[in-house]
Design a protein around this ligand. Structure first.
Ligand code: FAD
Ligand code: 2HG
Ligand code: ZN
Length: 502
């Protein structure tokens, strides 16, 4: 049965969530520490520019705890340069004073790489927030690193273009942070990760050198493509200050539907069929029952999207041409999926507002997890054929660990499952944390045996560095270490990220 979606989901105030997180973060240990205070004073003396050096605990609190509340640390100062030259001067000042630094964008990273760990200075890119130029002929945009993703999306609307990377943290995450983590999101299926969008970069290196590599050509085969060294390097090889990005023409129409599945066993067949039938498939996301249940608990009043609670729902989005016949084609294609028995029911959005209602459920799950409590987060890829068994195994691992609630959702089209194991009330904070290493080892060994990846899109940070060997060979890790040594011999850029003591 195909039906049309009305207002099923309760809206979440995204801004309030992020504000809540920032005000809830705590600043520890700075006040009264003479050494720390003198470091800040020395930085101020080196960097004489209004608003560049923050050192008041209240001003710095938002920069020292991450979005998950799992990672936080102390810092003597937060540096907020306004342009590339000030970033370079900040790096040189830190070098001179023997200080390490943590580059920070929107602080929405989920692997602990964006906040200080051992008294590093935080270097925030937030004030480098200009969309500098747009070139319609080459379909490129040049931006500073601190541009917030949503601001770029909004800017491009009037130009009839889109920047095709999208993710739930769009209101806070920054282009520089997204490049540094090679962010994925909900449109990788059609458009790829950040890596596929970046044409050129400007990067400040650990010795203060500005590496201007702002290529805007699609074809430029002139030796090593250095930008790839920094894409996904998580702030440990250089500080991204500018980027040239490819943009795409805005799709003429976007069709969105929510499918209800009465079994997870046939997910691989569903994937195959949707890929085959929906040639403009742009998103394919899965949300399983327990995740929907959590969202409903965190947002009381949220209605069940279907007449009964199915084991899983799948969001399908297709980019099509405009017009009634294109939309009818989408409905026909979906009907054939339901007739095949691979989906039990579907609701199709009749308007942008209804499509947003569907997406609110998906974004709301991540936000609900962020608000509901402490979570062990795993962001893995497994071969799509292994998905049904993998999902069941994760629930078993969670149950066997005890005191944990297993929440499964993610980017189905990429085989990317977000496994969140959330603290149940009966578990103390210490007990919850104590379960982390054994659980991680168990999950990552299982993922490695399936030839999957231990980090699909969030990166390694400090949260996963002990498990990197499950997805990378010794030779690969050694080469990465060598690159770190070459580019940052003093180890001042984001030490501890990717490798311990790097
Ligand atoms: P930060 O968190 O500030 O930093 C992340 C890392 O990049 C750190 O190691 C930091 O040192 C480094 N860094 C930041 N800026 C720079 C710079 N200019 N130069 C060098 N290094 C830098 N991720 C996905 O991939 N897909 C998703 O679907 C997704 N959804 C999310 C939904 C929510 C609600 C949240 C909270 C997070 C989500 N994330 C997702 C994770 C996160 O949003 C991404 O990793 C994002 O790319 C981080 O950007 P940021 O600006 O917040 O970076
Ligand atoms: C998402 O897809 C993010 O919503 C976050 O990548 C996933 O919280 C998570 O585990
Ligand atoms: Zn994700």
């Amino acid at each position: 049965m195909l039906s049309v979606l009305f207002t099923y989901f309760h809206p979440i105030d995204r801004a309030a969530i992020f504000t809540h997180i920032k005000t809830a973060s705590e600043q520890v240990g700075i006040v009264g520490d003479k050494n720390v205070a003198s470091v800040a004073e020395r930085l101020k003396a080196e960097l004489d520019s209004p608003g560049l050096v923050l050192s008041e605990p209240g001003e710095m609190a938002a920069y020292t705890t991450d979005w998950t509340h799992k990672f936080s640390g102390v810092t003597p100062a937060v540096l907020r340069p306004r342009d590339t030259a000030e970033v370079a001067r900040s790096v040189l000042a830190c070098r001179k004073l023997g200080l390490a630094l943590v580059p920070q964008g929107g602080n929405t990273g989920l692997v602990g790489g964006s906040v200080p760990r051992a008294g590093e200075v935080v270097l925030s890119l937030s004030r480098l927030n200009a969309i500098e130029s747009f070139d319609p002929a080459s379909a490129t945009v040049q931006v500073q690193a601190g541009v917030v993703l949503q601001a770029l999306h909004e800017d491009l609307v009037a130009r009839g273009c889109v920047f095709p990377v999208d993710l739930g943290a769009r209101g806070s995450c920054q282009i520089g942070g997204m490049i540094a983590t090679n962010a994925g999101g909900i449109k990788v299926l059609r458009y790829g990760h950040m890596r596929e969008q970046v044409l050129g970069l400007e990067v400040v290196l650990a010795d203060g050198t500005v590496l201007g590599s702002l290529n805007s050509l699609k074809k430029n085969n002139t030796g090593l493509d250095l930008k790839h060294t920094f894409i996904g390097s998580e702030g440990m090889l250089g500080i991204i200050t500018r980027a040239v990005l490819q943009v795409r023409p805005a799709p003429q129409a976007v069709q969105t539907a929510l499918l209800a599945l009465d079994t997870r066993e046939r997910l691989p067949e569903l994937l195959t069929m949707l890929r085959e039938r929906l040639r403009g498939l742009s998103s394919l996301e899965i949300i399983t029952r327990e995740s929907i249940a959590l969202y409903q608990e965190v947002e009381p009043g949220t209605r069940e999207p279907f007449d009964k609670a199915y084991p899983a729902c799948v969001i399908v989005e297709e980019e099509t041409g405009a017009g009634t016949s294109e939309r009818d084609g989408f409905l026909e294609r979906l009907s054939s999926v339901i007739e095949s028995g691979l989906a039990a029911d579907a609701v199709v959005a009749e308007s942008d507002a209804q499509a947003q209602g569907i997406w609110r459920l998906r974004d709301g799950v991540t936000e609900a997890i962020g608000r509901a409590g402490l979570t062990h987060k795993f962001d893995v890829t497994v071969p799509p054929g292994a998905l049904p068994e993998f999902l069941a195994e994760m629930e078993r691992f969670g149950d066997e660990a005890g005191g944990l609630r297993t929440l499964l959702f993610g980017h189905l089209g990429d085989g990317n499952v977000h496994v969140n194991m959330m603290q149940k009330p009966e578990l103390s904070e210490d007990e919850f944390y104590a379960k982390g290493p054994a659980l991680a080892e168990r999950i990552y060994s299982h993922v490695a045996a399936l030839k999957g990846s231990i980090s699909a899109e969030h990166g390694i940070g400090i949260a996963k560095r002990d498990y990197l060997h499950h997805s990378r060979t010794v030779e690969e890790i050694n080469l990465m270490r060598g690159m770190k040594q070459l580019l940052d011999p003093g180890g001042i850029l984001n030490p501890g990220v990717l490798f311990e003591n790097a």
